[in-house]
Ligand binder design. Structure first.
Ligand code: DX5
Ligand code: ZN
Length: 221
């Protein structure tokens, strides 16, 4: 089945000293969404961006801010990220005991709700929250850092998640080690949103990099 693939560059790979400019540059280069990786040094072994930074970049693009929360606990911070101007807020299954509550909180604030599953988590963890979801994020690296290698075993998981989604209007996003070499495999397996940090920002040729990812995604191989 053909579906348009959305490209969401992760600003984790941007120059943090020039973040507003970098967001404008990936917007102008043709990205679909701007992916924001939020890390707390507790749920994942790295610290990145907080709600103040999301608020600061918000005026620099009209494209959706796709905020990936790798933090635990997550519920106490959801409202701050919503108020900062996030459009999509994604939480990890592994980050808290009451996923259903977190998802209700996100939608209650008028935002799109996403759930991410780390490489070890089976897709069955999503079975009873599907109707509360706008997006499922299958992590293809262990969350915490950009620039890691794609885990090929996740392709089977992407296929299974696509089957679970069925006819629901839920995006299937892939994040971690995505390059033009594996983008087509991800879309063939059923992904419709590709996050790319290193592959989008490398060499400063953002438009070329995004176009290469888009072309590879369209080949579905
Ligand atoms: C990892 C992050 C990813 C990462 C992607 O925890 O969620 O978004 O920054 O970077 P690359 O594409 O370099 O793996
Ligand atoms: Zn991410």
């Amino acid at each position: 089945m053909t579906r348009d693939t959305l490209i969401a560059p992760s600003i984790l790979s941007a120059d943090f000293a020039r973040l507003g400019e970098e967001v404008r540059a990936i917007d102008a280069a043709g990205c679909d969404w701007v992916h924001v990786d939020v890390m707390d040094g507790h749920f994942v072994p790295n610290i990145s961006i907080g709600p103040g930074v999301v608020q600061a970049i918000r005026p620099h693009t009209k494209k959706p801010l796709d905020v990936h929360l790798m933090i635990a606990p997550v519920d106490p911070y959801i409202e701050a990220f919503a108020n900062a101007g996030s459009d999509i807020i994604t939480v990890h299954v592994e980050a808290g005991p009451h996923l259903d509550r977190s998802l209700q909180l996100i939608r209650g604030l008028g935002k799109k709700a996403g759930v991410s599953i780390a490489p070890q988590t089976p897709e069955s963890a999503l079975a009873y929250v599907l109707d509360r979801l706008d997006l499922i994020l299958v992590m293809t690296v262990n969350p915490g850092f950009g620039g890691q290698a794609f885990i090929p075993a996740m392709l089977a998981k992407i296929e299974r998640v696509r089957a679970m989604i069925g006819s629901r209007q839920i995006h299937l996003q892939v994040d971690g080690g995505v390059t033009p070499d594996n983008a087509g495999k991800c879309t063939a397996a059923g992904a419709d949103v590709l996050v790319a940090g290193s592959a989008a920002f490398k060499g400063g040729k953002y438009a070329e990099n995004i176009a290469a990812l888009r072309a590879a995604a369209a080949k579905q191989a």
